[in-house]
Design a binder for this molecule. Structure first.
Ligand SMILES: NC(=O)c1ccc[n+]([C@@H]2O[C@H](COP(=O)([O-])OP(=O)(O)OC[C@H]3O[C@@H](n4cnc5c(N)ncnc54)[C@H](OP(=O)(O)O)[C@@H]3O)[C@@H](O)[C@H]2O)c1
Length: 285
């Protein structure tokens, strides 16, 4: 199966590395015609949209750049979906679980795939806007990911990010273990699965537990100060509250696509992360 990946960034590159037949496009899509021309040139069986605008240095950037955010996170996916429809090719779009804020209105407090989002910040509203439209289209699937936790150290990796923050929130979330993601996305692409999927590992992670594992396996000298979630904005650490939530992943399970239980996958990932850090330190010395 030849996958054409749009979005030459963190997730796009990670998928290309896992899929030998994939092509990572360097086309910047600003029109349906550009997307269609690239699809016709590459002749893929399916398309993955891993493009998007997350903001630099963080999502607060999107609040002051609403047009750039809209072009990358709403307009581009819709133009690409339109082009894929013309070419008769299935599209899988990477969405975000950060469209949900707080507890879901279900007894277990976990958000389902078809629940309506409740976002306020610009990034999350744009991701939700794309989901709202794309989920009405035939031959389109959406895989929502959250807080990517990766065995490879790097700036997009949630472990690397939080390990460097001096103050951390006491929060509990659903997360995506990146080592598990390419196989899940590939399974959705093979099935040309339509609708929304929560590509998050079963279970939840408390940030305190993740940091305890980091201190056990990576850096015993690590220190940080713990703050309450509601203190993040008043303390000037962010402009808008962050999305913290628990996602149920019922639609992946219904297709028989499994991700490892999160604590098993987290320990495995942290062990690999620690090895990679040790190797980098050894080759630098
Ligand atoms: N990483 C996360 O924490 C996370 C969590 C949940 C969901 N997601 C979603 O996952 C997707 C991939 O994220 P990522 O972490 O891989 O982000 P990333 O590293 O920033 O990569 C996104 C890539 O898309 C490119 N892009 C932007 N507009 C484009 C356009 N019109 N046409 C083609 N390419 C375009 C960007 O190029 P430039 O950099 O040159 O603009 C960048 O290379 C995004 O939709 C994001 O919302 C990510």
């Amino acid at each position: 199966m030849k996958v054409l990946i749009f979005g030459n960034g963190y997730v796009g590159k990670r998928c290309q590395a896992a899929w030998p037949d994939a092509v990572l496009s360097d086309v910047r899509v600003t029109s349906k015609e550009e997307a269609l021309e690239e699809i016709r040139r590459q002749q893929p069986d399916v398309v993955l949209n891993a493009a998007g605008v997350k903001g630099k240095p963080n999502v607060d950037w999107c609040d002051s750049h609403p047009f750039e955010t809209m072009r990358g996170n709403v307009l581009m996916p819709l133009l690409l979906a339109d082009a894929c429809a013309d070419a008769g090719v299935y599209l899988l779009h990477i969405g975000s679980g950060c469209i949900f804020y707080g507890e879901a209105p279900h007894p277990d407090k976990a958000w389902r795939e078809d629940d309506f989002g409740n976002p306020s910040p610009v990034y999350s509203r744009n991701k939700w806007a794309a989901d709202l439209v794309l989920s009405t289209l035939p031959n389109v699937g959406i895989a929502r990911i959250r807080m990517p936790i990766d065995s490879i150290p790097g700036p997009g990796n949630y472990i690397t990010k939080v390990a460097h923050y001096p103050k951390l929130m006491e929060i509990e979330n659903s997360v995506t273990i990146l080592d598990d993601l390419p196989a899940v996305l590939h399974a959705l692409l093979e099935r040309r699965a339509t609708g929304i999927f929560h590509a998050t590992n079963p279970g939840t992670v408390k940030l305190q537990d993740l940091i305890a594992l980091y201190e056990e396996l990576v850096d015993p000298t690590h220190t940080c100060e713990w703050i309450r979630e509601e203190d993040l904005v008043p303390m000037g650490l962010a402009k808008k509250p962050r999305s913290n939530n628990v996602l149920a992943s019922e639609r992946l399970a219904a297709l028989g696509i499994a991700m490892r239980p999160v604590h098993e996958a987290l320990r495995d990932t942290m062990e690999k992360y620690a090895r990679a850090k040790r190797q980098a330190a050894a080759s630098a010395s």
